[in-house]
Design a protein around this ligand. Structure first.
Ligand code: MN
Length: 160
């Protein structure tokens, strides 16, 4: 009898532990959203606030002169202020985030949005505080340069 009770107890404990594991996996998936590409390398703290991961998808060459890659921003993460000498196109594939051109209001961006940022315009982009962001970037005409990095976006600027 004791053996049977112990067996039942073991089964219940094992089930709970499996459920907990499954919930943890689901939580991790939700945090990283629907990733299409590998997560890539964590961006430098000199260029990003919070955790942002970058993977290059198209390397720069003299034929296409275009850089393409994916960035995953965890909730609250964002780029520093920066500009692109030839502009940039962002394609949002999952999540919710922000894009701001200096002097303009913060724009909310979400899955399915396409954002153009003109050449040599100071701006930043990143995730919302609660939900991360998956974004593909396309930088054309790389012979003009790819990115000029500047200072971090302060919490005050981010929360506006
Ligand atoms: Mn940019």
């Amino acid at each position: 009898m004791i053996a049977i009770l112990a067996g039942i107890f073991f089964l219940i404990t094992a089930c709970n532990s499996n459920t907990k594991k499954r919930q943890e996996i689901m939580k991790a998936d939700k945090n990283e959203l629907n990733a299409i590409f590998p997560k890539g390398e964590k961006g430098s703290a000199d260029l990003f606030t919070g955790n942002a991961y970058n993977i290059g998808l198209v390397d720069v060459d003299s034929v296409f002169t275009t850089a393409v890659g994916n960035v995953f921003f965890e909730p609250g993460a964002r780029s520093n202020w920066h500009s692109h000498p030839a502009g940039q196109i962002l394609i949002i594939t999952d999540g919710v985030g922000y894009h701001q051109i200096e002097g303009q209001a913060i724009e909310t961006i979400k899955k399915g949005d396409v954002v153009k940022c003109p050449p040599n315009v100071r701006h930043w982009h990143g995730a919302s505080p609660q939900v991360g962001l998956q974004q593909i970037y396309i930088v054309p005409n790389t012979e003009k340069g790819i990115v000029d990095w500047q200072e971090a976006v302060t919490d005050e600027q981010y929360k506006k």
